[in-house]
Design a protein around this ligand. Sequence first.
Ligand SMILES: NC(=O)c1ccc[n+]([C@@H]2O[C@H](COP(=O)([O-])OP(=O)(O)OC[C@H]3O[C@@H](n4cnc5c(N)ncnc54)[C@H](O)[C@@H]3O)[C@@H](O)[C@H]2O)c1
Length: 324
Amino acid sequence: MRRVAVTGGAGYIGSHMCKQLADHGHDVIVIDDLSSGHREAVRWGRLVQCSLLDAPALSLALRDARCDAVIHFAGAIAVGESVDDPLRHYAINVGGSLNLLRAMRDADVRRIVFSSSAAIFGEPRQAFIDEAHPIDPISPYGRSKAMVERMLQDAASAYGIGAVALRYFNAAGAEPSATIGESHEPETHLIPRLLRAARDGLQVEIYGDDHPTPDGTCIRDYVHVDDLCSAHLAALDHLDARAGFHAFNLGNGNGCSVREVIAAVRAVTGRAVDVRVAGRRAGDPARLVACTDRVRAGLGWKPATPALEAIVESAWRWHRAPAY
Ligand SMILES: NC(=O)c1ccc[n+]([C@@H]2O[C@H](COP(=O)([O-])OP(=O)(O)OC[C@H]3O[C@@H](n4cnc5c(N)ncnc54)[C@H](O)[C@@H]3O)[C@@H](O)[C@H]2O)c1
């Protein structure tokens, strides 16, 4: 059994992680300031309401937690907002992670799994993005994630901390009982926006149908949130046997276009979605799909729910009547 502190455990992915940790018999402590998370989502483990920006409180929380690992989800997540207010993003994502690493060093917590992002790669130079792809982010959000990866590398070699960075592509879906799910405000992710629109009869804008892809819409790699979380459990096992810094790209390895997602939403909900095609967004790559060879071989991971319709179906169970 492990004792794991989950920063951002009141958020979308973090709350799914807490459930999975508890389901596997581990003890959970959630560290979250509830700035965008939900108290109702903290159902597995104790909540310590604390900001990563409050270094003394964070140190105390980690010392009290007596945990053997940290899974670090907390952060600011909206790419567009990071362009408008980069210093806020750097403060939370970089400054917050710095405080967390210091608190870990002081409390002698030696393992961390970090939520990184495909945004560290910037404009893709290959069809399937592997770990050798240049790190060249084009948004402050992506740069903040790349900076934290560098901090983790340095902390790993200086203090003997074992660190895994998982570069997520697009998280989607909800756990089977749909008692927790994705609830961001504002919501910028495609699947929840389409499902809310299907539920409430609203219109959704999509960004461009003239991209260099077969149907002209952007292609993304959607990975079920429970599959994403199972990779974190595998990452903790990975760190049992080794120190150092390790990075894995984490996606399904399949690309789905915006039009394909719209079709899946229609098929699952039985409702037509009113879609308006707006212009392309600056810095929106036409295609972002993971090469999953390393995560499969290195962590022994594979997705249990790779099919887009099954992912959308699980998300719809949540979105038709969300609890928060
Ligand atoms: N959702 C995706 O598709 C996706 C893709 C790539 C990377 N990520 C990364 O995964 C992580 C989790 O994403 P999510 O979608 O669950 O986000 P979320 O917004 O649902 O959860 C983030 C949580 O962090 C908490 N938080 C924010 N600032 C904090 C602070 N200063 N101190 C303490 N807690 C704080 C929030 O209250 C919230 O509960 C983020 O780091 C995000 O960048 C997500």
